[in-house]
Design a protein around this ligand. Structure first.
Ligand code: PBG
Length: 325
């Protein structure tokens, strides 16, 4: 097989003008592929910026509804809701309360914008006083007791009108547990998007400030994955799919581009990637100091995540990008 070499083959020919570059662009972004994370808090008229995340707010339900309306206008794929409870306790009670903050927010959003897709993050860490993603027994996170509570979280969210539940806790067997709980409660139609390969990452730092969910003892390494392990990540994803996950997620995104690619090739199911708080904060902070061009860094990272194979991207840039598309 012969391949024509220089000067026959000149790669720069197709890079000469914007029109040519547009014609041969391989990777595209659409608002429908983007999911916007939103933080719901109690109160009224609250819109409080998270200091490490410029442009990201903790909002009371009335304000959050405005963001949801904006998401719908922009044609975003959806929003994902996180909650800041009125009080935290050992079992994260507000996470599975019919009148919890996420359940309230979901009801209000579905009333205002019924056709906007609303995803519920299913976890306990924002709601527990110890900040872990499950219940603690003898100094360790008890897997099966946590799965039971996560099932209750999912059911109360589905009852509040949430369209998709997204467990982010990394307990074993939680997809199967949540599926069973949803089906038993009459929500067989509600899909599960599992945070399947979720690494114990430094890049969640700013989120924990936003959600007040820093673990009060220890860390999350006994349930979140080691970033060093690609084969294990594939095993996690396979298990979640076998347990009934409809969409699987890799998280964080930029440090895991290889895993996004492998997951897309090995499983072919709808694949999400989460460009997490630290990835966003890094770009914002560097741009604020004049170290890099914010818009270009935003486009470059999101296209890289798409090119790696993600069908869906959760990103705090969602409304900004959609406005530019
Ligand atoms: C809850 C959860 C976290 C994130 C999403 N769901 C925090 C964590 O696991 O510590 C991180 C999102 C982000 O950093 O933007 N378990």
């Amino acid at each position: 097989m012969s391949s024509a070499q220089f000067p026959i083959r000149r790669m720069r020919r197709l890079r000469r003008t914007p029109a040519l570059r547009r014609l041969v662009q391989e990777t595209h972004l659409a608002p429908s592929q983007l999911v916007w994370p939103l933080f719901a808090c109690h109160g009224e008229g609250v819109r409080q910026e998270v200091s490490a995340l410029p442009g990201v707010y903790r909002t009371s339900v009335d304000e959050l509804v405005k963001d949801a309306e904006r998401a719908r206008r922009l044609g975003l794929g959806g929003i994902i809701l996180f909650g800041l409870p009125a009080a935290k306790d050992a079992t994260g009670s507000e996470a599975h309360d019919e009148h919890g903050i996420v359940q309230q927010a979901a009801r209000a959003v579905k009333r205002a914008t019924p056709d906007l897709l609303v995803i519920g993050d299913v976890c306990l860490c924002e709601y527990t006083d110890h900040g872990h993603c499950g219940v603690v027994q003898d100094g360790d996170v008890d897997n099966d007791a946590s799965v039971y509570l996560l099932g209750k979280v999912a059911v109360t969210q589905a009852r509040a009108g949430i369209d998709v539940v997204a467990p982010s806790d990394m307990m074993d067997g939680r997809v199967a547990g949540i599926r069973k709980a949803l089906d038993a409660a009459g929500f067989a139609r509600v899909p599960i998007m599992s945070y399947a390969a979720k690494m114990a990452s430094a890049f969640y730092g700013p989120f924990r400030e936003a959600a007040g969910s820093d673990p009060q003892f220890g860390d999350r390494q006994s349930y979140q994955m080691q970033g060093t392990n690609g084969d294990e990540a594939m095993k996690e994803i396979r298990l979640d799919l076998d347990e009934g996950a409809d969409i699987v997620m890799v998280k964080p995104a930029l440090p895991c581009l290889d895993l996004i690619r492998r997951a897309k090739q090995e499983f072919g199911s709808p694949l999400a990637a989460y460009q997490v708080s630290g990835e966003y904060a890094m770009i914002k902070a560097a741009a604020a100091r004049g170290m890099l061009d914010e818009a270009r860094a935003m486009w470059e990272t999101l296209y890289a995540i798409r090119r790696a194979g993600a069908d869906i991207i959760l990103t705090y840039f969602a409304p900004t990008i959609a406005e530019l598309l």
